[in-house]
Design a protein around this ligand. Structure first.
Ligand code: GTP
Ligand code: MG
Length: 335
C-alpha cells in the first residue's frame, strides 16, 4: 500500500542519472581529507591517553558511517570504563588539555542533551565534537556502515537526500527538522521496501555480531561482504530511486499511523509503540524508530509547524522530480 505510486515515473528519468551521479561524486570526501581526519584523531588520542591511559577514542557519525560528505565535521566518542566518573568534570578537564595544545574554539557544552567538547584544529582545518561514552552511537555507526557496503545505491541516495536537506534547510534538529542520521534511516528503510528489494533487514538475519551497550542488545548479521549481490534483481538507477523516495514521503507514507522501522525491515504501527499521543515534547508526527534504542523516535524533534515544512518540502521535491526540466539544479536551490 505504501509504495503504490501516485503517478507513473517521468519517461525521461534515465537522462537524469548522469547529473545525479556527478553530484554524488562531487560530494565524496577526498583521500587527502580522510588522511587529515586520521591525523586529527591521532593527535587527540595522544593527548587523551596521556591523562587517561585506559581511555579509547572512536570515530562515529558521518566520518565513520560512509555517509559523510566532503568537508564535514568529525564526531569522536571518548570511551572510559569508570562508574564514578562525572561527565562534566571529564569534559571540562578535556577542554583544558585541548586548549593548552593550541586547538582552537575549544568549548565544553556540559548542559547539552549530549554533552560534548567542541574544537577546531588549525592544522587540518577540521572541526570536531567529542562526547563521552556514547557507545550506542558507535554501534549505530557500524550498522549504517555495514548497510552501505551492501549496495552502492544506498550511499548515492543518502548523499543526494542529505545534500537536498541541507540546501533546503530541513536538516536542523534545533528547528524541528530531521538529523542526518534520521535521513539515512529513511533511505535504508526505503531500499528495504522497494520492489524487488535492494537491502535486506540485517537485524532480522542470523546474528554474527552481538554486543550489549547500556543494557541495549545490538545484534545483527554483519558479514555483509556475502550480500554484495543482494539487490541485483532491482535495476533501478539513482534518478528513479530519488524520484520514488520523495514520492513516497510526499504522497504514500501514512503519517497518522505508521512508524518506519529498519530494525524489523517493516512498517509498524504507532499504536504498537504507544506513540499515538503527545507525551511532554514528544509528538510523534513523523516516526522513525532507532534500530537499537527502540523507544527512541528520531522524529521526536518535529513539531506541528516543522511537520508542515517537511511535508511541503517532500512534495516540492517530488514535483520537481516529476516535472522540472532541470531537477538537478532546482532540487537543491537554497530556500
Ligand atoms: P552530518 O554531521 O550531518 O554529516 O551527519 P552525522 O551522521 O554525523 O549526523 P550527526 O552529526 O547529527 O550525528 C552523529 C551521530 O550521532 C549519528 O551518526 C548517530 O550515530 C548519532 N546520533 C545522532 N542522533 C542520534 C539520536 O537521536 N540517537 C542516537 N542513538 N544516535 C544519534
Ligand atoms: Mg556529524
Amino acid at each position: 500500500r505504501n509504495f503504490k505510486r501516485q503517478f507513473e515515473c517521468r519517461s525521461d528519468i534515465e537522462r537524469l542519472n548522469a547529473p545525479f551521479l556527478s553530484i554524488y561524486e562531487s560530494l565524496i570526501p577526498t583521500e587527502e581529507e580522510k588522511a587529515k581526519q586520521k591525523q586529527l584523531l591521532t593527535l587527540l588520542e595522544k593527548l587523551v591517553t596521556k591523562e587517561w591511559p585506559e581511555a579509547q577514542l572512536y570515530l562515529y557519525g558521518s566520518c565513520a558511517n560512509s555517509f559523510g560528505v566532503s568537508k564535514s565535521d568529525i564526531d569522536v566518542c571518548f570511551a572510559i570504563e569508570n562508574a564514578d566518573l562525572n561527565k562534566s568534570d571529564v569534559l571540562l578537564k578535556l577542554a583544558d588539555i585541548l586548549q593548552s595544545d593550541n586547538l582552537q574554539n575549544v568549548q565544553a557544552l556540559t548542559r547539552a542533551r549530549v554533552p560534548i567538547v567542541k574544537l577546531m584544529d588549525p592544522v587540518t582545518g577540521i572541526s570536531c565534537d567529542i562526547c563521552i561514552n556514547n557507545l550506542l552511537a558507535v554501534e549505530n555507526t557500524k550498522l549504517l556502515r555495514d548497510y552501505a557496503q551492501i549496495d552502492v545505491r544506498l550511499q548515492q541516495l543518502a548523499f543526494i537526500v542529505k545534500h537536498w536537506a541541507k540546501s533546503r534547510g530541513v536538516n536542523e534538529t534545533y528547528q524541528g527538522t530531521l538529523s542526518s542520521y534520521a535521513y539515512v534511516l529513511m533511505c535504508i528503510h526505503f531500499l528495504q521496501h522497494c520492489k524487488p528489494v535492494i537491502l535486506p533487514c540485517l537485524q532480522g538475519m542470523e546474528r554474527t555480531y552481538a554486543v550489549t551497550v547500556d543494557n541495549v542488545e545490538c545484534a545483527y548479521f554483519d558479514q555483509v561482504e556475502k550480500l554484495r549481490d543482494f539487490g541485483c534483481r532491482n535495476r533501478e538507477s539513482i534518478a528513479q530511486l530519488v524520484w520514488a523516495f520523495f514520492n513516497y514521503w510526499a504522497y504514500c507514507h501514512d503519517y497518522t499511523n505508521d512508524v518506519i522501522s529498519v530494525r524489523t525491515g517493516r512498517i509498524i504501527s504507532k499504536r504498537s509503540k504507544d506513540w499515538t499521543r503527545r507525551i511532554r515534547n514528544d509528538r510523534h508526527l513523523i516516526c522513525i524508530e532507532d534500530p537499537f534504542e527502540t523507544s527512541h523516535d528520531l522524529g521526536r524533534v518535529v513539531d506541528k509547524y516543522s511537520i508542515k515544512v517537511l511535508r511541503e518540502e517532500f512534495k516540492r521535491a517530488a514535483e520537481i522530480m516529476q516535472y522540472d526540466s532541470d531537477p538537478c539544479v532546482t532540487l537543491f536551490e537554497p530556500y
